[in-house]
Design a protein around this ligand. Structure first.
Ligand code: NAD
Length: 299
């Protein structure tokens, strides 16, 4: 069913996601602090809004795609926030990757006002946002998640409920902590294999059919050749930029501290990605950390 939807945050991810809602037949009212981003969305068939209030008024659904927790809280909470501006029966979906505490705070403020809110962070990068193939991990009551599902399905290939408020964010940061650990391990293994005289393609052929198999190896191989679509084939141009991985690792370590979960490998991964971004890896894909292991950059 076509609906009026407010979309807030038209950056690298949000612009493609909003365009897919337009393509699905919705009437999208788009808002961003950056007027250029609003113009670009108008060219893709959305209605540009001059303010948050203008976008949200009359909308059946509101989607936000913002950088971090502080932006999400400021856009939802307070006098002129979405929780005050939105229609009482609207479904509110935050697709940003933010800290679990902020997600739970916004959810509880929404609940106090009787508004339906879900945290719905995504897996998949800019290409998946543009292609409509994101995976959504969603936190909220079953009722709210079902209300959100058709809109999220118009922007993705999978919509999975992770649990109650904040559970989507929790799933996202746990997944990305695992990804970071796998990537560093994959880089170490390939680097060692090469130093022991093995050919990278040959080691790839073996490990991808052996118990070392993982996504970082077989879909995102950190050396050029074995996986032609991987960023390693284009000088580590992102892809998934190292500073974004570092952001997610910091969220994971904050969350681990708050529940006293032991995450020694996650901590080490955070330290290594900090060193990598400080050593000049901040423009590179996260698989470029192999350059640091080889001593090509940093230290
Ligand atoms: P981005 O910085 O490109 O876009 C954020 C947009 O929000 C910007 O256009 C900015 O102007 C706008 N904005 C900020 N504050 C605002 C406000 N108060 N009102 C209106 N607009 C405001 O970021 P992105 O790459 O699109 O990422 C968005 C979120 O998605 C982040 O939380 C990120 O971690 C997550 N994410 C990104 C990727 C990726 O590959 N880029 C993948 C998965 C998840």
């Amino acid at each position: 069913d076509m609906a009026r939807i407010a979309f807030i945050g038209l950056g690298n991810m949000g612009s493609g996601m909003a365009a897919n809602l337009v393509r699905a037949g919705h009437e999208v009212h788009a808002y961003d602090l950056n007027a250029e981003a609003v113009k670009a969305l108008e060219a893709k068939g959305a209605t540009g809004a001059a303010s948050l209030a203008e976008a949200v008024r009359g909308a059946k659904a509101v989607v936000t795609m913002l950088p971090a927790g502080k932006h999400v809280r400021s856009v939802y909470e307070g006098e002129d926030g979405i929780l005050n501006l939105a229609e009482p029966d609207a479904i509110l979906m935050d697709c940003s990757t933010i800290d679990v505490d902020s997600a739970r705070h916004v959810a509880s403020e929404a609940e106090k006002k009787g508004m339906a809110f879900v945290d719905a962070p995504v897996s998949g990068g800019v290409a998946a946002a543009e292609g409509g193939t994101l995976t959504f991990m969603v936190g909220g009551s079953e009722e709210n998640v079902e209300k959100a599902r058709p809109y999220l399905a118009d922007m993705g290939k999978a919509v999975i409920r992770a649990g109650d408020a904040g559970a989507g964010q929790a799933a996202k940061i746990c997944n990305n902590m695992l990804l970071a650990i796998h990537m560093i391990g994959t880089c170490e293994a390939i680097n060692l294999a090469q130093k022991l005289g093995l050919d990278a393609q040959n080691f790839f052929d073996i490990a991808s059919k052996a118990s070392g198999q993982c996504w970082s190896l077989t879909s995102y191989c950190p050396v050029p050749g074995p996986v032609p679509a991987a960023p390693s084939n284009r000088d580590y141009k992102p892809g998934f930029a190292a500073p974004m991985m570092l952001k997610d690792l910091r969220l994971a370590m904050d969350a681990a501290g708050s529940v006293e979960a032991s995450t020694p490998m996650g901590k080490r991964a955070e330290n290594l990605y900090t060193a990598f971004t400080e050593a000049g890896g901040d423009d590179l894909d996260f698989s470029g950390i192999i350059k640091m292991l080889r001593g090509e950059i940093g230290e």
